[in-house]
Design a protein around this ligand. Structure first.
Ligand SMILES: NC(=O)c1ccc[n+]([C@@H]2O[C@H](COP(=O)([O-])OP(=O)(O)OC[C@H]3O[C@@H](n4cnc5c(N)ncnc54)[C@H](OP(=O)(O)O)[C@@H]3O)[C@@H](O)[C@H]2O)c1
Length: 263
C-alpha cells in the first residue's frame, strides 16, 4: 500500500530512542526524510548508526535539543527545515514519566513535567507551523498516555499534564484545520521501550526480560495479555501521517492492548 510518504519530511521530537526512534525508522522505510532530536549525545550517535541501516546521510538530520528549551526547539526545527527545504510532519514523542503521589512530588518536578509534557509541545507546534503552512498543510501527532483520561494516584504529574495535552490537541485540530493541518493523538498504555528497560534494570536486573514483561502485563491486567512493542505504536503514527488518514483529525487512537476503559 502506498502511504504517500515518499520524500515527505518528518520531524520527531525525542526520536533517539523508543517509540520516536522506531517511528523514524518506519518513515525512512516509506521513503520519507527524518529529523530526530534528544538531549544525550551518546544516545544520539547510536540512533544515527541505527537509522543509517534504513536511510542515508541525505535523509537523516539529527541534532541535540532539549524540548523544554524554546531556543533549542526553534534551532532544531529551523535546522531541519533548512536542511530538507521544508517540513510536512511533526511528531511530539519526547518524554519520560515521573512516578510519585501528590505529596511526594516537589514543585520543581511539577514545573519540569509541565515544561516537558505541555510547553515543549507548544514550542514545537509554534516553530513548525509556518513551515507546514508553506507546504499547504501537514500533520501533527502528539504521543499521549491512557493516563490522560484515567489518572492513577502514583503518576499524578503525568496524568495531569497528559490530560491538558489531550485537551490542547483537540483545540489545535480545530484551529489548525484552517491551514489544512491535521492534529491527532496516540494514547499509549505500557510499551516496551528504553524507558521501561531502564525501570527493569533498576528494579529487577536479574529477571529474564520476557518474564519481567509478562509479569508486568499480568499485574496491570492488560486485556491483550502483553506489553506493547514500539513498532506497534510507530505504525499507528505513520498511518496518521500518511495520505490514508486524510480525513482524520482531532482523534485519539489508543494503542494500549485494550487497557483504557474510558470512552
Ligand atoms: N513506553 C511507555 O509505556 C509509554 C506509556 C505512555 C506514554 N509514553 C510516552 O511516549 C513517549 C515516548 O516514550 P518512550 O517510551 O519511547 O521513551 P524513551 O525510550 O525513553 O524515549 C524518549 C525519547 O525522548 C527523548 N527526550 C526525553 N526528554 C527529552 C527532552 N527534555 N528533550 C529532548 N528529548 C527528550 C529521549 O532522548 P534523551 O533522553 O537523550 O533526551 C528519547 O529520545 C514519551 O512521551 C512517553 O512519556 C510512553
Amino acid at each position: 500500500m502506498d502511504l504517500g510518504l515518499k520524500d515527505k519530511v518528518a520531524v520527531i521530537m525525542g526520536g533517539t530512542s523508543g517509540v520516536g526512534l522506531k517511528t523514524a525508522e518506519m518513515f525512512l522505510w516509506e521513503g520519507a526524510r527524518v529529523a530526530v532530536c534528544g538531549r544525550n549525545q551518546e544516545r544520539m550517535e547510536k540512533a544515527i548508526q541505527h537509522l543509517l541501516k534504513f536511510g542515508t546521510t541525505d535523509s537523516i538530520y539529527a541534532a541535540t535539543c532539549d524540548v523544554t528549551n524554546k531556543e533549542d526547539v526553534n534551532n532544531f526545527i529551523n535546522g531541519a527545515a533548512s536542511r530538507f527545504e521544508g517540513i510536512d510532519i511533526l511528531v511530539n514523542a519526547a518524554g519520560q514519566s515521573v512516578m510519585g503521589y501528590f505529596f511526594d512530588v516537589t514543585d520543581e518536578q511539577w514545573e519540569q513535567q509541565i515544561q516537558l509534557k505541555y510547553f515543549a509541545i507548544i514550542y514545537a507546534v509554534k516553530a513548525v507551523h509556518p513551515y507546514l503552512v508553506k507546504r499547504g498543510g501537514g500533520r501533527i501527532i502528539n504521543i499521549n498516555a491512557t493516563l490522560a483520561k484515567e489518572p492513577e494516584r502514583h503518576m499524578v504529574t503525568t496524568a495531569a499534564t497528559r490530560a491538558g495535552l489531550l485537551n490542547l490537541s483537540k483545540t489545535l485540530s480545530q484551529e489548525l484545520a484552517y491551514d489544512n493541518i491535521l492534529v491527532n493523538s496516540v494514547s499509549l498504555g505500557l510499551i516496551r521501550t528504553d524507558q521501561w528497560e531502564r525501570r527493569r534494570m533498576k528494579n529487577a536486573p536479574d529477571m529474564n526480560p520476557e518474564e519481567y514483561y509478562a509479569d508486568l502485563a499480568k499485574k496491570r491486567n492488560i486485556p491483550l495479555g502483553r506489553v506493547g512493542e514500539a513498532e506497534e505504536v510507530a505504525s499507528v503514527i505513520v498511518f496518521l501521517a500518511s495520505s490514508k488518514a486524510s480525513y482524520v483529525s482531532g482523534s485519539t487512537i489508543e494503542t494500549a492492548g485494550a487497557l483504557g476503559k474510558a470512552l
